[in-house]
Write a protein that binds this ligand. Structure first.
Ligand SMILES: Nc1ncnc2c1ncn2[C@@H]1O[C@H](COP(=O)(O)OP(=O)(O)OP(=O)(O)O)[C@@H](O)[C@H]1O
Length: 247
């Protein structure tokens, strides 16, 4: 058997929250290179707080958090983590093309006043293409659908070639056809070996994309295993509560 891939994200007894109050706690979680993990759970269970904790956007209150072997607080380069936030589209007063918005994903590495290099432009085109938007690169983002705008945000997160991509409900709130396109983009990224943690309520949209499921309930990880194992876990829960398993 080959050795397991190296961990990209490693949490041991970690707690995250706001203003000193934990929302998620006792989290033990290892995400290895190339894994695609779905983070599931009821509304308000702490999924977003957990993901934001890896970005320094919620407070890290206790336990160990390492990204690529470096404690989070000492991580020198946050562009190693890509992030697609929840419920965001790009409407607003600023007019910009798809390529321009995606290029802003490189600004954390390159100050705005230094001209873009050829490598930067190639990285932008590669990210736009990975998001299935090659034919829209020169379009104003405000002319795009909500699902296409979501893909612009995925491209913006990808352009700095992060070691792990964190996404908060990437398929929520878009119509079925856009959801299918988003799913195929995520599948291509997974096939290319992109490490991803995806918060979602729509596991069915990610069938065949995720290879592991982490369930968060009332601030704790209550399941961590394969999609098949999760189906068994849900069935057992339904039986123990006297309900028939949802089909
Ligand atoms: N900025 C904040 N300050 C204080 N409390 C917050 C903040 N953001 C979220 N919370 C609280 O943390 C708890 C968990 O919220 P969180 O958004 O992490 O849950 P979630 O599982 O992602 O929910 P959903 O599925 O609805 O997005 C909630 O009680 C929420 O009110």
């Amino acid at each position: 058997m080959s050795a397991p891939a190296p961990p990209v994200v490693e949490l041991r007894g970690a707690a995250f929250g706001y203003r000193g109050r934990p929302v998620v706690s006792d989290v033990d979680l290892t995400v290895r290179r190339g894994e695609v993990v779905a983070v599931l759970g009821p509304n308000g269970s702490g999924k977003t707080t957990l993901v934001k904790g890896l970005l320094g956007l919620s407070e890290h209150l206790s336990g160990q958090v390492e990204v690529l072997g470096t404690p989070l607080a000492r991580l020198p380069d946050r562009t190693r983590i890509g992030y697609v936030p929840q419920r965001h589209t790009l409407v607003g007063g600023v007019r910009a093309t798809v390529a321009e918005v995606v290029a802003t994903g490189l600004l954390a590495r390159r100050p705005w006043y230094r001209p873009a290099t050829r490598a930067d432009r190639e990285a932008v085109l590669a990210a736009v293409e990975a998001a299935g938007l090659a034919d829209r690169a020169r379009f104003d983002v405000e002319t795009l659908s909500g699902g296409q705008q979501r893909r612009v945000l995925i491209a913006r997160a990808l352009v700095a070639r992060p070691d792990v991509l964190l996404m908060d409900e990437p398929t929520a709130g878009v119509d079925r056809a856009s959801q299918d396109v988003l799913t195929s983009v995520l599948r291509r990224l997974a096939d290319a070996g992109t490490t991803m943690a995806i918060v979602t309520h729509e596991l069915s949209a990610l069938r065949g994309v995720v290879d592991r499921i982490v369930e968060v309930d009332t601030g704790h990880v209550t399941f961590d295993g394969t999609p098949e194992g999760y189906a068994v876990h849900q069935g057992a829960l339904a039986r123990s509560s006297g309900r028939t398993a949802a089909r």
